[in-house]
Ligand binder design. Structure first.
Ligand code: GLP
Length: 240
């Protein structure tokens, strides 16, 4: 794993953007794997500023998001589809029809997972962006998720519900289930950039980089990826 430790969140976002810009400049119709959460917002701001200034174009880029809460769709500002439009898609020249995410309101969850897996099988992700949960999860693959997993519905752990409740009016409003790409879908990406910032991620970052490769720490599977770069700030790197 390549490891880049930088001073702060801003520097982390700028480093990630350098890799993003190289990928979408080199391949106009690149396939991006995108993440939600506070971590990638700075990267998305860099992409927006650059695109608005006439830099990289996303008009032929396709995007696949990692995960979505079960029960939420664009009508909820807590949904990940809403997040992606508000924080990125509505501000760059990507075509909305080229963006993909699990449908949180799908009536048949199994059929929705099959639909998403078929799409992922037909589209190799050139660059996958990831954050990391404080318990070492990636996307919504919680500890114990099989490494061979594909898109599935998960029961979120209490830890994740608590972490994510800061974005909801109350903890009771946080959905208890989510759709998520599986770990094998994520590992199929050609290149992966995982970002982490803040002291509350230090333990997870240690598990990601130095810990045993184990399903108890989902992110540890990335040690087996041929082209994975961790970009983190000093606080998140403090246990390395
Ligand atoms: C959620 C998302 C993950 C994300 C994680 C960390 O659980 N499903 O994709 O990496 O939160 O979020 P944050 O970046 O806000 O710390």
């Amino acid at each position: 794993m390549n490891i880049i430790v930088v001073k702060d969140y801003d520097a982390m976002s700028k480093e990630a953007f350098k890799i993003m810009k190289a990928v979408v400049t080199d391949k106009k119709d690149a396939v991006l794997g995108l993440a939600t959460g506070s971590t990638p917002i700075g990267l998305y701001k860099e992409m927006i500023a650059d695109c608005k200034a006439g830099g990289a174009s996303y008009k032929d880029v396709r995007a696949f998001n990692l995960d979505e809460y079960v029960g939420l769709d664009y009508s909820s500002d807590q949904s990940y589809v809403y997040f992606m439009r508000a924080n990125l898609f509505d501000h760059i020249d990507i075509k909305l029809e080229n963006t993909n995410i699990e449908n949180g309101k799908a009536a048949d969850a199994e059929a929705e997972c099959a639909r998403y897996n078929a799409l992922l099988a037909a589209n190799t992700i050139d660059l996958q962006i990831l954050g990391i949960g404080s318990n070492g999860h990636i996307a919504f693959n919680e500890p114990g998720t099989p490494f061979a997993s594909v898109t599935h519905v998960v029961d979120l752990t209490e830890n994740t519900i608590k972490d994510n409740s800061r974005l909801f009016k109350s903890i009771d409003e946080v959905p208890r289930k989510a759709f998520t790409m599986g770990l094998s879908n994520i590992m199929a990406a050609k290149k992966i950039v995982i970002m982490a910032n803040g002291a509350n991620k230090a333990k997870a970052v240690y598990g990601l980089v130095r810990g045993e490769v184990t399903e108890d720490v989902p992110a540890s599977i990335l040690q087996n990826h041929a082209d994975c770069t961790l970009i983190c700030d000093e606080a998140a790197a403090s246990l390395l």
